[in-house]
Design a binder for this molecule. Structure first.
Ligand code: GRF
Length: 186
């Protein structure tokens, strides 16, 4: 199988990156993680890149030309898929157009519900019975591209934002690899 050269964008812990690295070790899994990009210098997830000898790039999104630096790097590694995993920056329309290939994202809610930030707090405040996570293609609107796969979790009686986040994150780690298999018909 020819694996897709993939770049994972992170901002924080990188637990989804870790799950994707693990899946990508399987020879039947369709992606190979060639590059990790972080917009935060101290993102813990960079450790997973280091540990696994994956090149990484820290970008300063305050720099005006950061997107062109990023695109150059992405070209260098012949990246044909970008996976956003906890990446806290909006992908600009220009970047989407200039990159021109597939970008997918994981979001901790049952989209189209609770796009954007503080999803767990909003789900609880809204007295939802269920929440979950969604893997979707990225388009120019926030958390709005075509849904690939979702996983529902039940919200318990005494659920807190922290307990819900934890519960959903466990599912995210399973859902992201599954969604990649589905997206690429494996
Ligand atoms: C996940 O809940 C993801 O859905 C959201 O941010 C969190 C990132 O977690 N977008 P991690 O950095 O992968 O541990």
């Amino acid at each position: 199988m020819v694996k897709k050269n993939t770049c994972v964008f992170i901002s924080g812990y990188g637990s989804n990156l870790k799950a994707l690295i693990k899946s990508s070790r399987n020879q039947n899994f369709p992606i190979n993680i060639r590059l990790v990009v972080s917009n935060k210098i101290n993102a813990k997830g960079i450790l997973y890149a280091k540990k696994n000898s994956i090149p990484y790039l820290i970008i300063n999104t305050k720099k005006r030309n950061f997107e062109s630096i990023l695109l150059k790097e992405i070209k260098k590694y012949k990246i044909s898929l970008i996976c956003l995993a906890g990446y806290m920056k909006i992908i600009s329309k220009k970047f989407l157009k200039d990159y021109g290939k597939k970008i997918i994202n994981i979001h901790p809610s049952l989209l189209p519900k609770f796009k954007g930030l503080n999803t767990h707090r909003r789900a609880l405040n809204n007295k939802e019975k269920y929440s979950g996570c969604t893997v979707h293609f990225v388009n120019s609107k926030l958390d709005s591209g075509k849904i690939i796969l979702q996983k529902k979790v039940k919200i318990s009686k005494n659920e807190t934002e922290t307990s819900l986040a934890k519960k959903i994150l466990v599912q995210e780690h399973k859902l992201y690899p599954k969604a990649i298999l589905k997206a690429f018909n494996v």
